[in-house]
Design a protein around this ligand. Structure first.
Ligand code: F3S
Length: 419
């Protein structure tokens, strides 16, 4: 491939991977047949670039995924590949303040990516809609919340790839063999002993936020669990830990696949530190996540970071059914488009729209920079979104349970507190 036998795009992809692997000190490449990446015209900058180049998405892929100023024709992918979240929801362009022209660029990008053979899952949670790596499977995934879920909950093996290395992996079916592909880097480094029960999804977000801030990029091992968490709780835990720190792998003793016991989770490592997580630490995490919240009038309630599962939509609908979203507040819930199909059939989309809210797909407020016009104060049930929304969009953010958020959507005011 490096010699050009498979054409210029594959040659550039392999050249990029070889340079990247050498910079990382990887001893070799490893085969991958599971790549999750963003390669479309997802940001305003890339959309402008696409609009200005007659070669369109070939130019975008060459420049932004292959690090090549020379435009090469992009062939079909070699590896099974899924597209992550995009920049807009084309069906809710009006609500998101997106022009018709932009929707056209988006659709062209989507068609291009589809022709490459990339699955248009368009979500940060590919594992919720059919891309579920098996234990030990070598992957090349982008998106921190997906990466940590893949490594920790599924036992797949991936580093947090960039647009370039993931794009190159799609075209070659190879990725550098380093980091979390190697057994020794997957072992625990920090022990976290739970002294309080961690029950709700919000609780798991707080725990992740607290642990991530302390361990940063190392591998925490959670011990002392009383109740097995479900998919949504693990998803929120990982998303929070990868936002406050850079955690890409964790273990929960007795739950995650490489931690049947404390001994297995740590292997030959000795914990470098033992953290206690009790009522005080929980309170600290809550205050940190809520550090930007000041005004109790809420303009915007955003749910679905990471994208909601059908179970979470069902829960939100039970809280919302028969009520109206406040006249001064907007409610947007984000989910993968495949899950929205189920929500449509189940009548959940109707419950949300009857209440005055929207069930959106493909993007989210932080990634797509899409919010209702004039939003100053947002309410979220995701520690990750509470971390990023103020930084990216300059708004205040309240964090609480899904029930706190639905209450805020209906009353227009924030009244959440830590129970
Ligand atoms: Fe997904 Fe956006 Fe959150 S891409 S993880 S919903 S910040």
């Amino acid at each position: 491939m490096l010699g050009g036998a498979d054409g210029p795009a594959v040659q550039k992809a392999m050249d990029l991977l070889v340079r990247y692997g050498e910079a990382l000190g990887a001893e070799r490449l490893v085969d991958t047949n599971n790549v999750c990446a963003t390669v479309g015209a997802t940001t305003p900058f890339i959309r402008d670039y696409a609009a200005q180049h007659p070669e369109g998405l070939d130019a975008v892929f060459s420049e932004f995924s292959l690090d090549s100023a020379e435009v090469v024709k992009i062939p079909k992918v070699k590896a099974y590949s899924s597209h992550l979240q995009q920049g807009i929801d084309p069906v809710h362009a009006a609500e998101q303040g997106v022009s018709a022209e932009l929707v056209q660029i988006y659709r062209r990008g989507e068609a291009f990516v589809g022709r490459m053979g990339v699955q248009l899952l368009n979500t940060c949670t590919p594992y919720q809609v059919g891309n579920v790596p098996v234990k030990g499977e070598h992957c090349a995934w982008m998106e921190s919340s997906a990466v940590i879920y893949c490594n920790s909950v599924l036992g797949g093996r991936t580093n947090a790839e960039g647009r370039e290395s993931a794009g190159a992996a799609m075209l070659t079916g190879k990725t550098p063999y380093w980091g979390y592909h190697l057994d020794e880097n997957r072992l625990g480094t920090h022990l976290v002993e739970l002294e309080v029960e961690v029950k709700t999804t919000a609780d798991w977000g707080l725990l992740g936020y607290y642990v991530g801030e302390i361990v940063q990029e190392r591998v925490p091992v959670i011990a002392g669990l009383k109740q097995v968490p479900n998919l949504a709780r693990l998803k929120h835990f990982g998303a929070a830990a990868s936002s406050s720190g850079g955690v890409e792998m964790y273990h929960i003793v007795g739950v995650t696949p490489e931690a049947a016991s404390l001994e297995q989770a740590f292997g030959r490592n000795k914990p470098v530190e033992t953290l206690k997580y009790g009522a005080r630490e929980r309170q600290i995490a809550y205050e940190r996540v809520n550090s930007t919240g000041r005004d109790t009038q809420v303009d915007f309630v955003m749910l679905g970071c990471p994208h909601y599962s059908i179970e979470q939509i069902w829960e939100a609908c039970q809280l919302l059914e028969g009520q109206r979203v406040h006249a001064n507040t907007s409610l947007w819930i984000f989910t993968p488009s495949a899950i929205k199909q189920v929500a449509d059939r189940n009548g959940y989309t109707k419950i949300i729209t009857d209440a005055g809210g929207h069930l959106m797909t493909d993007t989210c407020s932080s990634f797509g920079r899409v919010m209702p016009k004039g939003t100053k104060v947002a309410a979220v049930d995701s520690a990750k979104q509470a971390h990023y929304l103020p930084a990216i969009m300059g708004v205040q953010a309240w964090f609480g349970t899904t029930a706190d958020c639905i209450q805020a959507a209906v009353s227009g005011r924030w009244s959440g507190r830590l129970l």
